[in-house]
Design a protein around this ligand. Structure first.
Ligand code: XMP
Length: 516
């Protein structure tokens, strides 16, 4: 088993970034909620080192969450970040006080002592930018600790007990605004903890293949293929692991973008020679959606039909004991909740609507340990084409939630054409990979225009493009005006039926990425 680091989560918004940085250093790690980490958990996990995350709580208020004492007697290095530093200091005999000078955002620290955490990155006397976000601060160090960095408002911005391998930083090394932060986390994982940096995607792939083989034996696995990155990677990985024991089902709901359904079939059936059932159920879906205008009713209608059709196809195949799903790590991380116990957040759309239980199937989830960008790396490792692996996310209900109001085939065709022109221009401009998601929305609005000598009275559309790291928050993409002008001209010239183009500049929050 690869060396691993345990991240104890105290509920910081950026805990996942710690995990990302550690994995980028080639070390496998997992995030466990602080309530779950005890001596037994530590023994079972066997970490080479432990990182205590930040969190919203205050050590100086009653009932503050604390790190299990076994963490400090496990004889492995510990790094406390922000709240993690404070609770470590308080638990080991230091003092933490409510800060009268809060520090939020950019701050400068001064390096006071050379030490293994800063090795090769920062030296004594350097002044370096970091990102802070704290109200409380450590005011007295526990026995054995020394100051390694200070800031104007945090005399203990960095502390260390090198003999025990305990380190604390008040700033957040995991965020981009601490430019050298990733190197510090690497120093901790690789240098201080001595973890091997052998957690590569190639190694992961081999291990995942072996695990799938061990789990499935000679059984048959059904895999829903949508053409998205996650399901594509799952399908190709499973095919490599178990060959013809895999059967893929592509339920085509007729709500995909231009040419997409054909691409799925050509790529997977013809190129990868995966056993693939392509069920064209577009009449069924578009029929069921007739007259449906409420966004949630659209989602439910599509979700329910999807399960019905998928189940029908699965039954036809028969005899499959396993269902494969593209569940990712962010879907299974137990989130820290201070009101109740830890709660598991699983996005409902990742779970094929209770189907496994209904059909008495066991789940195969080979991507459960991966972040989205790691799935892309795995996809490349498996030889999937770059444009497939780098695809923007696409919602399960497809174009149905990009047509406010009721859905018709005509509207779907119109939207597909607009969307295709828009994406073509984005690709040609080399902007595709800078954008999290870009798409067109067909508005239920007709506007007057003039083309040539004639008056038009056609539909308006909106274009949307956002940047994001996880889809939870997003900013609109600041296209150059000249780009927007070019796209608008092309759409109106090439797509008969659309005579006005708008650009959506709403961020999330308060907007959402999709319009419905
Ligand atoms: P919103 O619109 O909530 O979208 O800001 C966040 C991300 O989720 C996608 N999305 C969906 N994906 N089923 C899905 O599979 C859905 O019903 C759904 N609604 C939104 C959206 O495209 C974006 O990536």
């Amino acid at each position: 088993m690869a060396d691993r680091i345990l991240i104890v989560d105290f509920g910081s918004q950026v805990t996942q970034l710690i995990a990302r940085r550690v994995r980028e250093a080639g070390v496998y790690c997992e995030i466990h909620p602080f309530q779950k980490v005890d001596a037994a958990d530590l023994k079972a996990f066997g970490p080479k080192g432990i990182i205590l995350s930040g969190g919203p709580a205050s050590v100086v208020e009653g009932e503050a969450p604390s790190a299990h004492p076994a963490i400090f007697t496990a004889r492995v290095p510990v790094l406390g970040i922000c709240y993690g530093e404070q609770t470590m200091a308080a638990q080991l005999g230091g003092t933490v006080e409510a800060g009268h000078h809060r520090e939020f955002g950019r701050a400068e620290i001064e390096i006071r002592r050379d030490n293994p955490l800063f090795a090769g990155v920062w030296s004594q006397g350097d002044r370096k930018p970091v990102w802070m976000s704290h109200g409380d601060r450590v005011t007295k160090l526990p026995p054995g600790f020394e100051v390694i960095a200070t800031s104007e408002n945090a005399p203990f911005a960095g502390v260390a007990d090198e003999a025990r391998g305990f380190y604390g930083v008040q700033f957040h090394p995991e965020v981009m605004h601490t430019p050298d932060g990733a190197k510090l986390l690497r120093n901790f994982a690789r240098g201080i903890c001595g973890a091997d940096g052998d957690w590569t995607m190639g190694a992961f792939k081999q291990r995942a293949i072996e695990q799938v083989r061990a789990q499935v034996g000679t059984g048959k696995v059904i895999c829903g293929l949508s053409g998205g990155v996650d399901s594509s990677v799952v399908a190709v990985l499973l095919h490599e692991a178990i060959g013809e024991q895999l059967q893929c089902v592509f339920v085509d709901h007729g709500l995909l973008r231009m040419g997409e359904a054909d691409q799925v079939v050509v790529l997977f059936r013809d190129h990868y020679t995966l056993p693939l059932v392509h069920r064209d159920a577009s009449d069924l879906f578009i029929g069921a959606l007739a007259g449906v205008t409420d966004p949630e009713t659209k989602r439910k209608t599509i979700g329910k039909l999807f399960i019905d059709v998928f189940e029908e196809e699965a039954r036809k195949i028969g005899g499959a004991g396993f269902l494969a799903q593209g569940t990712l790590y962010p879907d299974v991380i137990e989130s820290v909740s201070f009101t109740g116990g830890p709660s598991v957040t699983i996005k409902s759309h990742h779970n094929v609507g209770g189907l496994p239980a209904r059909m008495n199937m066991k789940l195969v989830e080979p991507l459960r340990e991966l972040f989205k960008d790691e799935v892309r790396v795995l996809g490349r490792e498996l030889g999937l084409p770059a444009d497939m692996v780098g695809r923007h996310p696409f919602p399960g209900p497809g174009l149905a939630i990009r047509i406010p109001g009721d859905i018709t085939r005509e509207k779907l065709d119109l939207l597909r054409k607009v969307d295709a022109v828009y994406l073509d221009e984005i690709r040609k401009s080399g902007l595709y990979d800078e954008i999290w998601q870009a798409f067109a929305v067909l508005l239920p609005v007709r506007t007057v225009g003039v083309m040539g000598d004639g008056r038009t009275y056609d539909q308006a559309c909106a274009l949307r493009a956002v940047t994001s790291t996880d889809g939870m928050t997003a900013d609109y993409y600041p296209f150059p005006h000249e780009f927007l002008g070019r796209v608008a001209t092309r759409i109106i010239n090439e797509v008969r039926g659309v005579n006005r183009v708008t650009y959506d500049i709403t961020s999330k929050p308060p907007g959402t990425i999709e319009w419905e």
